[in-house]
Write a protein that binds this ligand. Structure first.
Ligand SMILES: [Zn+2]
Length: 405
């Protein structure tokens, strides 16, 4: 069997070469537009998005392969980047909070569970720097980076009022994929210092921390014992250390075995920043009802992605892009509330900018009013809708992010 490392290395180069030979003009129709509805009335709370990738494309453009072949990154964006978030329009729409998930595709794809990239933590810090540079630049008029729980509490204090000129979107750092640790516990302290609030310990592959449904199932993971491995010894230590440092453990992307191991080890409320219910969308990444209930039972938080492919059982991505809509998002929210009997443990982790398929009715975060209207119809209460869209997760972060460094 070909090794994944060899396959990815050669196919990435071949793919980039092929893409760079294509005419870009024929593809511009695929690129995501960023239309936005008129600015809405600034309700006290509009949206706290706990999982968003606004800087993923910038990072990919900074990657060695894109620097060498910029056209490849342009085209990849045109093909895959169907949803987006702009600071300016999000600000106009009154978005409260965006938790930026940093994810380094290259460190994840070319390393194996047995040989994590020691440069991965440095790369994670480079992604953090990239975002901070952007927030210090033109985005400064729309955003405020929050680095500490104290800043967080001050931001969302009793005088929080978005109709003041001082209103800014609160921005938090998070990491997607424990591969960012490069196989060592040491970087956790630095990440906590830099204000990382959440780490999704798994992702597409087993990186020696927690087993994840393999994103390329027909390749073996070098020397990894999936799926029965669950959480590794190192993974256990990662959770202990994260809890000590006050970083929230995100269980999204964990296999059932890994999730059950996490339950045995963790002592703090867990967050699942962007999961779906297996009963409604039967995918490897979806969670069983009993797991969703257990997270809530332990005072945790369930983030629902605006990722319709995962929320339902479409036969292919073309069908998703034809029919996938916010209806599926509402359906999942309704279902999770029903099985957990709680309005207070659910929030949104859009996954926008994470190269997810487009929805027929919302592709820019600033269009959140559309979801608000649907949820109001569903639940008939402004208070419940504000809880789901923003207040629940703001309170969760307030109560559980400790940053002990
Ligand atoms: Zn994810």
């Amino acid at each position: 069997m070909i090794s994944r490392r060899k396959f990815i290395h050669s196919s990435t180069l071949a793919g980039a070469g092929l893409l760079s030979g294509l005419s870009f003009s024929s593809l511009t129709g695929c690129s995501s537009a960023n239309p936005c509805i008129e600015p809405v009335t600034k309700h006290k709370y509009v949206l706290a998005d706990i999982h968003n990738h606004p800087t993923l494309t910038d990072w990919i453009w900074n990657s060695p392969i894109a620097v060498k072949i910029p056209m490849a990154a342009d085209i990849a964006k045109g093909f895959f980047d169907k949803t987006g978030t702009s600071w300016q329009t999000s600000h106009a729409a009154g978005i409260d909070l965006i938790c930026v998930s940093h994810f380094n595709l290259f460190d994840e794809w070319v390393t194996m569970a047995t040989d994590p990239n020691p440069a991965a933590p440095t790369n994670a810090l480079r992604m953090i720097n990239l975002l901070e540079k952007e927030l210090e630049g033109p985005a400064a008029q729309y955003t405020k980076l929050i680095r500490t729980p104290e800043d967080f509490n001050n931001h969302f204090n009793n005088n929080y009022n978005k109709n003041e000129p001082s209103y800014r979107i609160a921005v938090l750092h998070s990491l997607e994929g424990g591969h960012a640790l490069g196989g060592s516990l040491e970087p956790l302290n630095k990440f906590a210092q830099r204000g990382v609030v959440i780490i999704t310990i798994g992702h597409f592959f087993n990186k020696g921390i927690a087993t994840a449904p393999n994103a390329i199932p027909f390749f073996p993971d070098a020397n990894s014992l999936r799926p029965h491995q669950g959480l590794s010894h190192f993974g256990r230590d990662v959770i202990y250390e994260m809890e000590k440092l006050g970083i929230l453990v995100d269980v999204t992307h964990a296999t059932s075995t890994a999730f059950e191991d996490i339950l045995k080890v963790s002592t703090k409320p867990l967050i699942a920043t962007h999961i779906t219910a297996k009963t409604l969308g039967d995918h490897a990444y979806s969670f069983y009802d009993e797991y969703i209930k257990e997270i809530v039972h332990r005072g945790g938080m369930i983030g629902i992605p605006l990722y319709t492919y995962m929320l339902a059982n479409y036969i292919n991505v073309q069908e998703v892009e034809k029919y996938g809509s916010l209806r599926e998002v509402v359906r999942t929210i309704r279902y999770v509330i029903k099985i957990t009997n709680s309005y207070k443990n659910i929030c949104i982790g859009s996954d926008f900018g994470g190269y997810i398929p487009h929805l027929i009715d919302m592709n820019s975060l600033c269009e959140i009013e559309k979801l608000r209207v649907l949820l109001l119809k569903e639940f008939g209460s402004e208070e419940i809708v504000e809880d789901i869209l923003a207040k629940n997760v703001i309170e969760f972060v307030r109560n559980n992010w400790k940053r002990n460094v």
